[in-house]
Write a protein that binds this ligand. Structure first.
Ligand SMILES: Nc1ncnc2c1ncn2[C@@H]1O[C@H](COP(=O)(O)OP(=O)(O)OP(=O)(O)O)[C@@H](O)[C@H]1O
Length: 291
């Protein structure tokens, strides 16, 4: 990796972040300022509250009076057939799609429907799309470094030297995502599963309170899937996680026979309960698991 390339990517990342922030006041303009929309209040134990949300596309209801909530520190799996509305639900939570009606709260006090996409990311909601997006020409370490320096709370300059504390944070993250031995490898040379872990690590560098993960183990080997389950289980408690997944073995590993699963169908919750309960629910078998 040449310093030029690193610098080039860092500038691109900074420009991207600035564009997301919607600011025209220069790169430093947004940094270090308190967030205008406040700090989420998790004292009541609720991380995410979705109530009666409807989204229509040309009259078709992709979400139809959807209601669900996720507790602080909870790991919730969401399953359901293609077209059930899982992606649309994540689009609403992250501000990409505005619903026709309903309420979406982060903690007990932050009305997400009043915030823009970039503000929702800044306030502590991280989203992982299905396909990994990492900087392939940068090393694993450099990818994490960029993510760390883009964090508005800690950022001084993209080109400043890392402090001892920052180095420690990156080191701890490398351990957590099983990539310590690959720290200096180019991200483009990683396996699909390793790229997914790296992107999750990049999200975690910004310490999101809620993580939305869309089919994180699609395309992974069995061993990678198992390690991903271990990683997510280690994150629960510290973070709240919503995992959309079709892989029932992975859902079983995550729920460990005791966590709730939500089944979406036709834009609303069809069933909620332990995996063993929803697997034996005739309605769920009919629309999803039995096919
Ligand atoms: N922009 C859009 N315009 C029109 N229809 C849309 C749009 N986005 C989603 N839909 C429709 O809304 C429904 C829900 O789609 P969504 O992608 O949320 O389902 P999903 O549960 O994520 O499915 P999958 O498991 O296949 O990813 C589908 O019927 C889809 O075709």
């Amino acid at each position: 990796m040449t310093p030029d390339l690193m610098e080039d990517r860092a500038r691109a990342y900074a420009a991207h972040q600035q564009k997301l922030a919607g600011g025209s006041g220069g790169r430093a303009a947004g940094f270090g300022r308190p967030m205008a929309h406040g700090v989420p209040d998790f004292a009541k134990g609720v991380a995410l509250y979705v109530e009666d949300v409807t989204v229509s596309f040309d009259g078709f209801k992709a979400l139809n009076a959807l209601s669900l909530s996720i507790d602080v520190g909870e790991l919730r799996c969401v399953i359901g057939p293609n077209g059930a509305g899982k992606t649309t639900m994540m689009d609403v939570i992250t501000g990409k799609t505005a619903p026709d009606q309903g309420q979406v709260f982060f903690g007990s006090n932050i009305d997400l429907l009043r915030l823009r996409e970039n503000e929702i990311a800044q306030i502590g909601i991280g989203r992982k799309f299905q396909k990994p997006t990492v900087y392939e020409e940068l090393s694993v370490f450099e990818n994490l470094e960029l993510a760390l320096k883009a964090d508005r709370r800690v950022r001084a300059s993209l080109f400043s030297r890392l402090s001892g504390e920052q180095l420690d944070r990156i080191g701890a993250m490398l351990e957590r995502i099983h990539l310590k031995p690959s720290a200096q490898r180019l991200a483009g040379l990683l396996s699909h599963g390793q790229k997914q872990w790296l992107e999750i690590g990049m999200l975690l560098m910004q310490d999101p309170k809620l993580l939305l993960l869309d089919e994180p183990v699609a395309g992974m080997t069995d061993e990678e899937t198992e390690r991903t389950a271990e990683l997510f289980l280690s994150l629960a408690g510290e973070h709240s996680l919503m995992v959309v997944e079709h892989d029932m073995k992975f859902v079983d590993q995550l729920t460990q026979g005791r966590r709730q699963v939500t089944v979406l169908h036709e834009g609303r919750v069809l069933a909620e309960g332990l995996l063993s309960q929803v697997q034996n629910d005739e309605r769920v078998v009919e629309v999803y698991l039995g096919r």
